[in-house]
Design a protein around this ligand. Structure first.
Ligand code: ATP
Length: 239
């Protein structure tokens, strides 16, 4: 049997309580090991879609499954473990005195302890190139380092899919390149929400374009970004 997709969104429709319809029948499949960029102009519905992935929002119609597990029928706790969201502001994920404690917090919360927990922390910090900073305060790190530690806090939970919200925002060119190298070195399935088209091109072989709550394109990033009409129609800007 073929393994389940990491993410399977089917016919997802959602309206906010004020009646604003943010998503209309969205289909999105991310297979294991894929890296997919989610592109689209402001207000397209990207955040609304992401909030469905870990059960914060409940679909009006349609379904979401993570690693074959339907979000609607799973414990929220298991969905939170499977869907690792790295928020735009790393400070949302770093709040303990040391880097090591921040990275241990997630897996400890999911029941990992002792030597297994120490091994998770070591592996996650090594994966983001921050192994030497375990005992430092996150407050003393650069913006790029903080973003990589925030990524480690999620990796330590061994998610089925990593969801990155605007990972390159507010990074200088060096930090931006370091983060790209780290992300390219991971074998984790990835969905990256971004306005940064060169970053999408560098990191994600496939992109999905959302506009006005509808998937308007899904294909190789290289081809989509070469389509000047598509970029213009959906207000996607290359630098
Ligand atoms: P951005 O790139 O600016 O983050 P986005 O693609 O993430 O945009 P969403 O934040 O998902 O877009 O918003 C989709 C639509 O839903 C927008 O028209 C937005 O104004 C609307 N919306 C978002 N949150 C709410 C809310 N709480 N109540 C009503 N409408 C909302």
């Amino acid at each position: 049997a073929t393994p389940p997709s990491s993410l399977e969104v089917r016919g997802l429709a959602f309206a906010y309580p004020d009646g604003h319809q943010a998503l209309y029948g969205v289909d999105l499949t991310v297979r294991r090991g894929e890296r997919v960029a989610l592109l689209g102009p402001n207000g397209a519905g990207k955040t609304t879609l992401v909030l469905h992935l870990n059960g914060i929002l409940t679909p009006g119609r349609g379904s979401v499954a993570v690693g074959g597990l339907p979000v609607a029928r799973a414990h929220l706790r298991e969905i939170r473990r499977r869907v690792g969201i790295v928020f735009q502001d790393p400070d949302d994920q770093l709040f303990l005195p040391t880097v090591g404690e921040d990275v241990a917090f997630g897996p400890a919360n999911f029941g990992v302890s002792g030597a297994a927990l120490a091994a998770r922390v070591d592996a996650a910090l090594a994966a983001v190139g921050m192994g030497e900073h375990r005992d430092r305060s996150p407050l003393h790190l650069s913006g790029g380092q903080r973003r990589r530690v925030a990524l480690a806090t999620v990796l330590a939970c061994e998610p089925e899919i990593l969801v990155l919200d605007e990972p390159s925002t507010n990074l200088d060119p060096v930090a931006r390149r370091e983060l790209a190298e780290v992300l390219l070195g991971l074998d984790t399935t990835m969905l990256m929400v971004t306005h940064d088209l060169p970053y999408a091109l560098q990191l994600c072989p496939r992109s999905v374009v959302l506009d006005d709550g509808v998937v308007v394109a899904d294909g190789p990033t290289r081809e989509l970004l070469a389509d000047a009409d598509l970029l213009r129609r959906h207000r996607l800007e290359l630098p």
